[in-house]
Design a protein around this ligand. Structure first.
Ligand code: SF4
Length: 327
């Protein structure tokens, strides 16, 4: 009775995701969706969701959605008391850095990132000692402690602009080797890379692209720049998740594959009927730790709150805010 009532009351929300969520799946989600919407009102909370979140989170309970850059920008202007970050831990830290008076909750503290885990503050200090005077550009996919050791942050959406904004011949770019090499191919700035990889994007290969093209005639291939340079070279376009979404909406390819996290295709497919999405599915295990029941629990218990050591926060905030000034 309760479940069927929730299904009936959330019918209009289900319309947003019915192309990618079956009625049977929705029957298991409806009560959590309804409870989360009520808890958000009661707690004066907003949910910021990354593009890699599952469709029911992305389309039905989130207030603000986007890539890392968009979420960082949006976090600054949140007026609600509480931010629930439906994404991974470094994103919640970034929201806390940019809006320190708000309570920021992460529904599962184990939602990490292979890139963030690939480098420590001590590593950055050693790199600085090896390349004295060379500015350090750090991808936002890092801990606040690593950001605090950096001159400026970047995202996949603004990496080239950030590197070129510094007006120098050489930069260190951490920690994603592939993003650094892909940006190096676009700019005259000499880039020193680290050895971190995204465990999702590194799985795609140029041979996969060739196989996909052979299997699906007319296929348009869009790759995230965390993929290897060989994959990016084999693709028709490379860009951040926001860039990929814009490409699909503007170009409306008949058949497309997104070489990025699997839920991204579902989220764009829900908004773009008539486009055939080919889905080789690589899920991010960290992003998928965030679920509707965990978001509901976070709002019920007001846990888990993200805190940052003030000594670290000052330097990390400076690096993120300097990035946000780059256009
Ligand atoms: S998709 Fe890759 S970069 Fe993004 S959170 Fe997962 S491991 Fe990190």
């Amino acid at each position: 009775m309760g479940a069927s009532s929730a299904i009936a009351r959330t019918r209009s929300l289900y319309e947003r995701v019915r192309k990618v969520v079956s009625p049977v799946e929705w029957a298991l989600m409806a009560a959590d969706v309804e409870a989360i919407l009520e808890l958000k009102r009661a707690r004066n909370a907003v949910i910021l969701a990354h593009n890699y979140q599952a469709p029911a989170i992305f389309h039905c309970v989130a207030d603000l959605v986007g890539d890392s850059l968009a979420l960082a920008r949006e976090a600054r202007s949140v007026e609600a008391d509480t931010i629930v970050l439906a994404g991974v831990h470094f994103m919640a830290e970034t929201a806390k850095l940019l809006n320190p008076d708000k309570r920021v909750l992460i529904p599962d503290t184990r939602a990490g990132c292979s890139l963030a885990e690939s480098i420590t503050p001590e590593d950055v200090r050693l790199i600085r000692a090896r390349y004295p005077g060379v500015p350090v550009v750090t991808y936002v996919n890092t801990s606040a402690a690593v950001k605090a050791e950096s001159d400026i942050c970047c995202t996949s959406g603004n990496a080239r602009a950030v590197v070129e904004s510094l007006g120098v011949e050489r930069v260190v770019m951490l920690p994603d080797e592939y993003l650094a090499r892909n940006i190096a191919a676009e700019t005259d700035v000499d880039i020193i890379a680290w050895t971190g990889h995204c465990e999702v994007h590194e799985l795609f290969t140029a041979a996969d692209v060739a196989e996909l093209r052979a299997s699906y005639p007319g296929l348009v291939v869009l790759a995230h720049p965390e993929c290897s340079p060989e994959v990016v070279a084999a693709a028709d376009y490379s860009g951040s998740t926001a860039g990929i979404a814009r490409y699909v909406e503007a170009q409306r390819p008949g058949r497309v594959v997104l070489l990025t996290e699997c839920s991204m295709s579902d989220n764009i497919a829900a908004l773009n009927p008539g486009i055939d999405f080919v889905r080789p599915c690589n899920l991010c295990p960290h992003m998928k730790r965030i679920t509707l029941p965990k978001i509901r629990r976070a709002l019920e218990t007001m846990q888990h709150e993200v805190t940052i050591d003030p000594a670290v926060a000052e330097g990390a905030r400076r690096a993120v805010e300097r990035m946000l000034e780059v256009r």
